[in-house]
Ligand binder design. Structure first.
Ligand SMILES: Cc1ncc(COP(=O)(O)O)c(C=O)c1O
Length: 398
């Protein structure tokens, strides 16, 4: 029986690697949350303030959505039973895709099992050995994995450097396709990709622009249409990917594009074809959240307010924070051990913000990645800033 006998040779090899990770302060283990998501959660039996969730609009535990899911479970049951192209494609999957595309103002949308799967399915379906992909150095791991899986030539450009993208594209005319791939709102840095300049470069060199806006869609822009809307170039993005697991508070990935693109991906994206459809309850939660967001722009206003309050608080104490002006704020500490120690002090003060270390971020850029949600109060944000100020002071950082 696996895991019940004496340690194997494999265990010994793996243990050596784990010991090495521990020595370099890079070992990871989950903490167990014993309550629903919200500004306050129970952690190991104690209430703490949560400032590391992507539940940006507070919809992961919303009474209206919970009621919709309860009704869906009674009607549809709990599992989809098969892949979408077999018999798992239910009315609610179709309705969510139709409503999401309508809300964004594009022709069509395709749901995936997760955001990770959306990227892993889409990029290799579009690019292969005859193509080149230009990938921002700080893109999310799922984009990087998808680029590698595609077997296209991969050119990594310095973070946010649209001029370099233009230069690289001018040397890329021999390739069959040229694909620019970028996060919209960067997940660990909280800054926006230079989408207007990237769209310009894509037009000039007949390249395709794909934006992963997992963090920006539903939160940024006047209508919540994300980084593309905030940069004024939504209609110049060829493929827009997002996830339902962050601002929507549910689960699943979604890819927006033309009708032709979506028909193509339904036939070619392996992570769409060869996996079971999302449970109908989850698709219902995503749909209910979308309806709610469309009716409640004040959630985005509050999120913006909270992001600004956090930034101002950190600036007041001269903390080394990132450039972004949105709901993700990195406090850059450099060394992994230092980041772990400050995170530990925060937890002692009743605030959960884990240290983010390599390989999630480049070597030497360990940080606290703070996220606010629309549900945090001013007092809770002030409490975080105060705890951070005291924690950093105790470590001699500011
Ligand atoms: C930029 C980005 N893309 C993709 C994903 C993957 O999305 P999901 O959690 O739905 O798999 C994430 C989040 O984890 C992300 O931050």
């Amino acid at each position: 029986m696996p895991g019940t006998s004496r340690p194997t040779l494999l265990d010994a090899l793996l243990q050596a690697e784990l010991d090495d990770l521990k020595e370099r302060q890079l070992f990871r283990a989950p903490r167990t949350v014993g309550s629903a998501q919200g500004p306050v959660v129970t952690l190991d039996g104690r209430e703490v303030l949560l400032f590391c969730s992507n539940n940006y609009l507070g919809l992961a535990n919303h009474p209206q959505i919970i009621r919709a899911v309860q009704a869906a479970a009674a009607t549809w049951g709990t599992g989809a039973g098969a892949a979408r192209l077999i018999s798992g494609h239910m009315t609610v999957h179709e309705e969510f895709e139709r409503r999401a595309a309508q809300w964004l103002g594009c022709e069509a949308a395709l749901g995936f099992g997760s955001g990770y799967l959306a990227n892993l399915g889409t990029i290799p379906a579009l690019a292969g050995p005859d193509d080149v992909i230009l990938c921002d150095r700080l893109n999310h791991a799922s984009l990087i994995d998808a680029c590698r899986m595609s077997r296209a030539k991969l050119w990594v450009y310095p973070h946010g450097d649209a001029s370099e993208v233009g230069r690289l594209l001018s040397r890329a005319q021999a390739f069959r396709r040229r694909l620019i791939v970028t996060d919209g709102l960067f997940s660990m840095d909280g800054d926006l990709a230079p989408l207007a300049a990237l769209a310009e470069a894509a037009d000039r060199h007949e390249a395709i622009l794909m934006v992963d806006d997992a963090h920006g869609l539903f939160t940024l822009g006047e209508q919540g249409r994300g980084a593309g809307e905030a940069c004024g170039v939504l209609d110049r993005i060829d493929l827009l990917m997002a996830t339902c697991s962050k601002a929507l508070g549910g689960y699943g990935g979604i890819l927006f594009g033309s009708r032709t693109l979506i028909d193509y991906l339904r036939n070619r994206a392996r992570t769409f074809i060869y996996t079971t459809a999302l449970p109908p309850t989850v698709a219902t939660a995503n749909l209910a959240a979308l309806e709610l967001i469309a009716r409640q722009p004040e959630l985005r206003d509050r999120l913006r307010h909270n992001g600004e309050r956090l930034r101002r608080g950190c600036q007041r104490y001269g903390m080394p924070i990132g450039e972004g002006r949105h709901q993700i704020l990195p406090v850059l500490l450099g060394d992994s051990g230092r980041a772990l120690r400050v995170a530990e002090r925060l937890l002692e003060a009743g605030v959960l913000v884990p240290a983010i270390r390599p390989p999630t971020v480049p070597d030497g850029t360990a940080r606290l990645r703070i996220t606010v949600t629309a549900k945090h109060t001013d007092a809770q944000i002030d409490q975080l800033v105060d705890a951070l100020h005291r924690g950093g002071q105790a470590e001699g950082l500011w």
